[in-house]
Ligand binder design. Structure first.
Ligand code: HPA
Length: 245
């Protein structure tokens, strides 16, 4: 079954016909909120709002382990994550959708693995390709089917937040090879891999990163909503197609 994790600006899947909600407990604590089960065009899926349904959980306090554990526990095999990002590359103008294919992780102090048990064999997962290529291709096909456009591939940097970056940090992150920057892509992607879930992300560019474009003198936070809301509507249409593929 497909699960969708909605990020900022995406705490509801408005085209989902809800069948039930389920409060969950996991060995890692409680997920961000109840799992929402429903159908889109008769296809069953699950939805979880990463920051809680009232958008109260900041990126560094999301219980990523509980979220993914709960999704898998309820039968998810694939997870599409929706996330908003700042653009480092000039051509990724706000409003652009991107299906990234690589990750650079700058987060710290988060619970980032299931394999931290004492007395257990050390386990390493392969993370060369952090996203499921099969699920990425499904997302790209869904974009086409919805008559939308997106950028195929890109390096997704994930910072700790909740503050935005300095201009110099963005310069460094660009030198490292990143194209866009968000705060929630990790450890989510790695935990999904540890659980054997297929995982891919659709990233919505909601602003130019610090020091770039119209964020040269500061990121204009008050304008983000006007970019984000119509873009998230497009993402909803794309996801509607993705469940059919
Ligand atoms: N930086 C980090 N995370 C973000 C940004 C940003 O500029 N925009 C949206 N999420």
């Amino acid at each position: 079954m497909l699960a969708i994790i909605g990020g900022t600006g995406f705490s509801q899947l408005s085209n989902l016909r809800i069948t039930h909600r389920q409060v969950m407990r996991t060995p890692y604590g409680e997920p961000s909120g109840p799992m929402t089960f429903g159908t889109i065009n008769q296809r069953e899926l699950m939805f979880l709002a990463r920051h809680g349904y009232g958008h109260t959980i900041p990126p560094h306090q999301v219980n990523y382990r509980a979220n993914l554990w709960a999704l898998r526990d309820q039968g998810a095999t694939s997870v599409i994550a929706v996330t908003s990002v700042g653009s480092i590359r000039a051509d990724l103008v706000p409003g652009t959708l991107v299906v990234p294919d690589q990750i650079i992780d700058y987060t710290y102090g988060r619970d980032f693995t299931y394999f931290d048990g004492k007395d257990k064999a050390v386990t390493h997962i392969d993370f060369t390709h952090p996203y499921s290529e099969k699920l990425r291709q499904i997302l790209l096909a869904a974009v086409k089917s919805a008559n939308e456009t997106c950028v195929d591939g890109g390096v997704h940097a994930i910072t700790q937040g909740p503050r935005l970056e300095t201009a110099a940090e963005i310069n460094r992150i660009e030198r490292d090879g990143a194209d866009m920057v968000g705060m929630t892509g990790m450890p989510e992607a790695a935990l999904a891999k540890e659980l054997g879930l297929a995982y891919a992300t659709i990233a919505v560019v909601v602003n130019y990163a610090a020091g770039r474009g119209n964020s040269r003198d500061g990121v204009p936070l008050e304008t983000i909503g006007t970019v984000m809301n119509p873009a998230m509507e497009r993402v909803r249409n794309i996801l509607e197609r993705a469940v059919e593929l």
